[in-house]
Design a protein around this ligand. Structure first.
Ligand code: FES
Length: 454
């Protein structure tokens, strides 16, 4: 642990922590713009400067690792002046007169920072260049006139989604946000996950679906789980006037840590479907809304006579989009209580049949934790196109590849991860289990087996 003093408070943090995070831990606020807790520090905006005893100039706290005995001041005349200067330059570089910007009035971090630093004007002549607004993308509008080049979106695209579509062209004050080699965003390699929009601190990336439909302080935040696939991403559903305004990934989500795919973020806003708000029972061939009591009694009356008659063919099929707790209960009711030999899910098929068959051969369940991907040095996917379904897992794989992780895709069909692989095995359809057995045999033959699992 490292002990340091921030604004007279003694703080203990682990080695490698930045001064900014140490201050947060001590409940001390330092203004930031380019920093984002889920992205690698970049140190581009310099708003987070602090004075450090023994240092000649104010230092960017988001990049500065703590040192034993460090003495930091976060709110001196010198740092206030430096922060105002940073904001002055930012307001002089691009047109941030924002009466029409959808984030103006509460959601713009630049505007909020200016209010916080009590800016009333800036003493420099504006040096604005007019940039064309790119509205070619189906889900967001890219407006370089609002951009502060904090690169949060660039980092989110690479570090969260593993897609590396966004980048910065030109240098210095001419720097602009571009997609691929400066093609219209709608024609780029963007996979439409919206991570860039979620982290943008200004109105440079405007979400088309939710624009002008409510600021953060006007919406109701409802924590929930995405049912777009069986990954189970945590989401923050924001509603206003009884309408879904936007869906963000929940940064505290245990599985996705704030990341979402296109399906989770945008599909529920696009679908104008009628929501089912009540249980229904089929009467005379038609589904009719009933009370929960009536629905549960109906289900119980029909299930009770089947108890213990597994041989009479009780099959139970669940959606894998249910939470793990619900699936466990489902299994308990039908497999344990009813003795059904057929408790399965709608996603049964190659992706689940192969691991199930392998698990039977190995004599133990074939399980893995999503977060073991973070420490993997090789990832193999079999029979799953993670660029199409369960995309968040695909992101987690793609984003570790720059570390030198090897990717092997086994799929007889075209697979969205094919361009990223070290090895692609186009095995014959239905031969996935044979491929696995062959690989397992090779592992044993080469003496690479680590022995049975405990
Ligand atoms: Fe530290 Fe931008 S927040 S330099």
């Amino acid at each position: 642990m490292v002990s340091l003093t921030i604004d007279g408070k003694t703080v203990e943090v682990t080695e490698g922590t930045t001064v900014l995070r140490a201050a947060e831990k001590a409940g001390i606020h330092i203004p930031t713009l380019c920093d984002h807790p889920h992205l690698t520090p970049y140190g581009g905006c310099r708003l987070c400067v602090v004075e450090v005893q023994g240092f000649r100039v104010p230092m960017a706290s988001c990049m500065l690792p703590v040192m034993p005995g460090m003495v930091v001041q976060t709110d001196t005349e010198k740092v206030r002046k430096a922060r105002k200067f940073v904001l002055t330059l930012l307001f002089s570089e691009r047109n941030h007169f924002c009466p029409f910007c959808q984030v103006s009035g509460g959601d713009c971090e630049l505007q909020n920072a200016a209010y916080e630093q009590e800016m009333t004007h800036w003493p420099l002549q504006p040096n604005w260049t007019k940039y064309p607004v790119d509205s070619s993308h189906p889900y967001y509008v890219l407006d370089n006139n609002r951009c502060i080049v904090c690169r949060r979106c660039v980092r989110a695209c690479g570090e969260l989604a593993g897609n590396f579509t966004l980048g910065i062209a030109e240098r210095g004050a001419r720097s602009i946000l571009v997609a691929d080699y400066d093609v219209p965003a709608g024609q780029s390699s963007c996979i439409q996950c919206g991570s860039c929009v979620q982290v943008c601190p200004t109105g440079a990336l405007i979400d088309r679906q939710s624009a002008y439909r409510g600021h953060d302080r006007q919406v109701t935040h409802v924590p929930s789980l995405c049912v777009g696939c069986s990954v189970g991403c945590s989401i923050d559903i924001q509603t206003c006037d009884n309408q879904i305004v936007r869906i963000n990934g929940d940064w505290d989500g245990a599985v996705n840590h704030g990341v979402l795919c296109k399906t989770g973020r945008y599909q529920p806003l696009e679908e104008k479907r009628q929501r089912v708000t009540q249980p229904m029972v089929r009467k005379n061939g038609n589904l009719e809304p009933v009370s929960w009591d009536e629905a549960l009694t109906f289900a119980a009356d029909h299930l009770k006579p089947l108890k213990g008659k597994a041989d009479d063919g009780v099959a139970a099929i669940a959606s894998t989009r249910l939470p793990a707790e619900a699936l466990a209960l489902f299994q308990e009711i039908f497999a344990d209580d009813f003795g059904s030999h057929m408790v399965t899910s709608v996603e049964e098929g190659v992706p689940t049949a192969v691991p199930t068959a392998l698990a039977e051969e190995m004599g133990h369940s074939f399980e893995g934790k999503i977060h073991s991907l973070e420490n993997a040095d090789c990832v193999m996917t079999i029979g799953a196109n993670l660029a199409e379904s369960h995309q968040v897992i695909g992101f987690m794989i793609k984003r570790i590849l720059p570390k030198g992780v090897n990717l092997v895709v086994v799929d007889p069909y075209e697979n969205g991860l094919d361009p990223y692989t070290n090895y692609t095995l186009k095995a014959q359809k239905g031969s996935d289990l044979d491929v696995l057995e062959g690989l397992a045999a090779a592992v044993v033959k080469l003496g690479l087996a680590k022995g049975p699992r405990p």
